[in-house]
Design a protein around this ligand. Structure first.
Ligand SMILES: Cc1cc2nc3c(=O)[nH]c(=O)nc-3n(C[C@H](O)[C@H](O)[C@H](O)COP(=O)(O)OP(=O)(O)OC[C@H]3O[C@@H](n4cnc5c(N)ncnc54)[C@H](O)[C@@H]3O)c2cc1C
Length: 546
């Protein structure tokens, strides 16, 4: 039977940094490609998150692609930490430079994908019809599915309800408005200081305070750019050989090997310098509760020094999780903002949110008037975007069923029963625990190597062994248990989504360790993967072109 479906070697879901690089790379190894993106442009989270104050928390020079030195020379980052408009411009620049948009279909949502076992092809169901491919690459993002609660009465609220991850494309005028912000995670920590500057009143509704360190953003000088470019290869190597995909100043000494004065001086210097570099103040910062406690106590003291009202300061001090067990927030004037007369903090632990009224938010204590609601309540991280699509593998196995008790994926890249389906920065890989662009490049390159290997063997089907996958899932659990990560109710643990299995979603051993494991697996003939030839005919195309 013939069908009129358009056929491609590769279909890619998403046109954020992962999708863009996957289009580039798969084309380079000679595959035909079509990417589907539900948005009307490239950039992924930077296309969607246009909220005031949106900015990356990795230094701009490092939060960028490394695959082409000429690209690095062609692009100038104006600031140490880039704001959303600059990152979006960069994504556009990359897409244009490599002519990627011709293979991207915008405004098209992928609803489902079914693996046709006999044909060894994926049938991909989209809002624009069905398409067919051999390789399906999920570049759908780790933080592209927002978690939006519906509070009782919310539908009656008279003003706009805004969500950071789906911020309107036209600028929203909040000048002179009474704004209620629900949530105090990394987006809220960026939004609150920016909105407080223009709004009449900002009321922040906090359930759980988060640790935040200062960003100390500044213009990126030509000298700093030159220094980076002068040792471009060395700098990129350092990033790839780091835990977090970022160049931090690593202290090899454990907290107990330092005197209290040394610890204090080390933390104070790093606090003044800004950035998550603070979390590398001791070697055991993220693994030992006592060491971590010194840092938590330091930040509590800083909050109390900065915030003038002692009651507000106390409420802002996180006490229920170790510092760094959630992705640390990086802010500009977050704590200082609570000294403004137009900013109030409401602690939802002591006065629970009861409902939304027509004109504000009602807690157990009183009604707080608001013209605008901002629900900065986070994301259904890592698995959310994958499970939002109805994916059915061999024998009709639904991914939602296979992962009912938590995600199961070998290397966080492929799941048994779902041949030829690759998940860029999927669950069980370093993903959103590191500088994600580094994680993306490593994963996409690894997929391209796999495809080249398959072609050299005359193979056309790959999937992980169940045993290798089980071992990987167990390794991910063990590594997580050796860190402080599981001690926080974070999105890393799926704890922010009602009913989501409580599983640490990421490979906690860091980017370098992970990359090295992938390298060894490849060197050992892609051990743990079953690579077979379903069709006798070898697919067209050659090995990677220069
Ligand atoms: C506000 C914010 C700030 C961040 N800051 C940093 C940072 O400073 N440093 C860092 O390392 N990481 C940061 N991240 C994490 C960020 O997710 C990654 O850095 C990176 O941008 C992810 O790129 P991606 O292409 O994998 O995913 P995304 O950027 O999420 O792109 C995925 C794309 O897939 C599309 N898509 C998803 N499902 C479908 C579907 N079914 N059909 C069609 N299209 C679909 C989405 O519309 C989206 O455009 C941040 C995330 C957010 C939300």
């Amino acid at each position: 039977m013939t069908t009129s479906r358009a056929k491609f070697d590769t279909i890619i879901v998403g046109a954020g940094f992962a999708g863009l690089y996957a289009v580039y790379k798969m084309r380079r190894i000679g595959l035909s490609v079509r990417a589907f993106e539900r948005g009307e442009g490239v950039g992924g989270v930077w296309y969607w998150n246009r909220y005031p104050g949106a900015r990356c928390d990795v230094e701009s020079l490092q939060y960028s692609y490394s695959f082409d030195p000429e690209l690095e020379k062609a692009w100038v980052w104006p600031e140490r930490y880039s704001p959303q408009p600059d990152i979006l411009r960069y994504a556009e620049f990359v897409a244009d430079r490599y002519d990627l948009k011709k293979d991207i279909q915008f405004g098209t949502e992928v609803h489902g994908a079914v693996y046709d076992e006999a044909a060894n092809r994926w049938i991909v169901r989209t809002s624009a019809g069905e398409f067919e491919c051999q390789y399906l690459i999920m570049a759908s993002g780790g933080l592209s599915t927002t978690q939006v609660p519906t509070f009782p009465g919310q539908e009656d609220f008279q003003g706009p309800v805004l969500v950071p991850g789906a911020w309107p494309r036209d600028p929203v005028d909040l000048a002179g408005k009474n704004v209620a912000v629900v949530g105090t995670g990394s987006s809220a920590i960026q939004i609150i200081p920016a909105v407080a500057k223009v709004a009449n009143q900002v009321t922040v509704f906090q359930r759980t305070p988060n640790f935040s360190v200062p960003m100390r953003n500044k213009p990126l000088t030509p000298e700093a750019r030159k220094a980076w470019l002068d040792d471009l290869q060395g700098n990129r190597e350092k990033q790839k050989k780091s835990r977090a995909g970022q160049i931090f100043e690593i202290n090899d000494r454990r907290a107990c090997e330092m005197t209290p004065e040394e610890r204090e001086a080390e933390m104070a210097r790093r606090w003044e310098g800004g950035s998550p570099n603070f979390t590398r103040a001791f070697a055991d910062f993220l693994t030992d509760l006592t060491a971590n406690g010194y840092a938590a106590e330091f930040v509590h003291r800083k909050i109390k020094e900065i915030v003038k009202d002692p009651e507000t300061a106390e409420k802002l001090c996180p006490k229920d999780h170790p510092i760094g067990a959630k992705r640390i927030c990086v802010d500009t004037d977050y704590y200082e903002t609570y000294n403004r007369p137009n900013v109030d903090l409401v602690d939802l632990r002591s006065e629970p949110l009861e409902h939304v009224s027509r004109h504000g938010i009602v807690t157990s204590r009183r009604e707080y008037p608001a013209d605008v609601l901002i629900l900065a309540t986070g994301y259904d991280a890592v698995t959310g975007p994958l499970l939002a699509i109805d994916i059915r593998g061999a024998g009709g196995l639904a991914l939602r069923e296979a992962w009912a008790h938590g995600p199961r994926a070998y290397l966080g890249l492929m799941s048994a029963g779902f041949p030829n389906l690759f998940m860029i920065t999927g669950p069980g890989s370093p993903s959103v625990s590191v500088n994600v662009i580094c994680a993306i490049e490593q994963h996409v390159d690894f997929v391209a190597d796999i495809v080249n290997e398959m072609r050299s063997r005359g193979a056309d089907r790959i999937e992980p062994d169940v045993e290798a996958q089980d071992d990987w899932v167990e390794l991910v659990r063990q590594i997580a248990d050796s860190t402080l990560f599981p001690k926080a109710n974070s999105f890393y643990m799926g704890a922010n989504i009602p009913g989501k299995p409580r599983v640490f979603l990421l490979f906690g051993g860091g980017l370098e360790d992970y990359t090295e494991r992938c390298r060894r697996i490849a060197q050992n003939g892609y051990e743990g993967f079953r690579i077979t030839a379903v069709e006798a005919a070898r697919p067209k195309g050659g090995l990677e072109r220069a």
